[in-house]
Design a protein around this ligand. Structure first.
Ligand SMILES: Cc1cc2nc3c(=O)[nH]c(=O)nc-3n(C[C@H](O)[C@H](O)[C@H](O)COP(=O)(O)OP(=O)(O)OC[C@H]3O[C@@H](n4cnc5c(N)ncnc54)[C@H](O)[C@@H]3O)c2cc1C
Length: 384
């Protein structure tokens, strides 16, 4: 243990980026991961028989506007030209998502042009705002209605969001809905503003394996921080990418998260596209993934009859379960702050990082950007 300057807890994309940067500057780094595999929630593996890359924790599409991140990640992997497109099913019919001109025309059975649709949606919103007497929207429901009117809101936002959070939209904060991106064009790209997007050609796990492949890094999987914390040298710096409440033995209570459950199926009845959202209440899952459609660089994988699909069910989070989305409200933000203080007292050499440690939803590019910034900070300290 004495030879390591840094211990990274968690071999997700955040921890692995920090490890790679520190090691390439000559530091000895120990990376531990309690799961039996690397890569955290971006872990994927190839099904040998079909060549389909299965995203174990749900679809992951790499997209970013940050050049630094795009340049960095491509040192470890080539990306294909996949462009993400999503449909939402409502009453057995598919609608482009995010809402665009086609979504509006299909839902209302109209044939409006861009200007007509813009005027129409704003009139719908105005009418329904008055109907419900909404002046300053007090919750998600009021905000949704006042932005696009009751019909578009109910069909495409209300039921989906209530399924996701397992609570009525009137109890969800208006803050999480700053705007609803309605496009009055036929553009159906999900990440319309992403400067770069794609899927890693050899899969996500290989990115992390390549990052950690250094003589300065030792990796131990199936190893929990709890199991080694008493054997650590006093001065080792710890970058902890796990949950802070767990680290502190839940002394102040449990930080709330939402969880997910995936039901996987090998089938000849694929989706014909990579993701379909389920808008309706009577369908208990929120999305279905059909992973082969990400492999646009391997047409033979897409053209085969077999698909690997996964239905994504929202689930309540229980202590020790899989944490997916932080429940962002004032109470949880306060509790998180208290935990950060407690952790700092208990472990003066510990830095909390990654989406779990920061108690934030981060896309991969944000996780990488934050990791690059942290590594720069640490290396700067080291130089001084
Ligand atoms: C359903 C879903 C879909 C997503 N899709 C996209 C997408 O399309 N595009 C995108 O950019 N982002 C997407 N994301 C976000 C992406 O998953 C995250 O940005 C990324 O996983 C963050 O990496 P991380 O290293 O911070 O965390 P993680 O990947 O969670 O890594 C943390 C690691 O720490 C380990 N760990 C925790 N505690 C301990 C301990 N005590 N001891 C040892 N190890 C420990 C965990 O096992 C885990 O492997 C999605 C997220 C979800 C939930």
């Amino acid at each position: 243990m004495d030879k390591y300057t840094y211990l990274i807890v968690g071999a997700g994309i955040f921890g692995s980026t920090v490890a790679e940067r520190l090691a390439s500057a000559g530091n000895k780094v120990l990376v531990i991961e309690r799961r039996a595999h690397l890569a955290g929630n971006i872990y994927s593996y190839t099904d040998k028989e079909t060549g389909i890359e299965i995203h174990k924790y749900g679809s992951h599409i790499f997209h970013t506007e940050i050049d630094e991140v795009w340049d960095y990640i491509r040192k470890f992997m080539k990306f294909n030209d996949y462009v993400h497109i999503v449909d939402t099913r409502h009453n057995g019919r598919l609608y482009p998502m995010p809402i665009n001109l086609d979504t509006v025309n299909l839902l209302y059975g109209t044939d409006m042009n861009s200007e007509e649709a813009k005027k129409f949606v704003s009139e719908e919103a105005e009418r329904d705002r008055k109907k419900y007497g909404i002046v300053e929207p007090k919750n998600f429901e009021e905000k949704g209605i006042s932005l696009v009117g009751e019909k578009l809101y109910t069909v495409f936002l209300k039921n989906y969001t209530e399924k996701q959070w397992n609570m009525p939209a009137t109890k969800i904060s208006a803050k999480i809905l700053s705007r609803i991106p309605v496009r009055f064009s036929h553009d159906n790209r999900y990440f319309m503003t992403a400067k770069h997007q794609g899927i890693p050609m050899d899969g996500y796990t290989k990115i992390v394996e390549r990052m950690l492949d250094s003589e300065n890094i030792q990796v131990k999987i199936n190893t929990d921080f709890k199991d080694i914390q008493n054997d650590l040298p006093e001065n080792i710096k710890i970058i902890y990418c796990g949950q802070v409440d767990e680290l502190c033995n839940y002394e102040l209570g449990v930080l709330p998260w939402r969880s997910l459950r995936f039901e996987e199926e090998r089938t000849e009845n694929g989706l014909g596209e990579s993701v379909i959202n389920e808008a309706d209440k009577n369908v208990p899952y929120t999305r279905t993934h059909d992973y082969k459609y990400y492999q646009v660089h391997q047409p033979e994988v897409i053209q085969q009859k077999i698909s690997y699909i996964a239905r994504e069910y929202p689930a309540d989070f229980e202590k020790g379960g899989e944490a997916y989305y932080p429940v962002d409200n004032e109470k949880s933000a306060e509790l998180y702050k208290e935990y950060v203080k407690l952790a700092k007292n208990k472990y003066p050499n510990l830095i909390l990082g990654g989406r779990l440690g920061a108690y934030q939803y981060w896309d991969m590019d944000v996780a990488i950007k934050n990791a690059l910034d942290l590594a720069k900070e640490l290396l700067h300290e080291h130089d001084e």
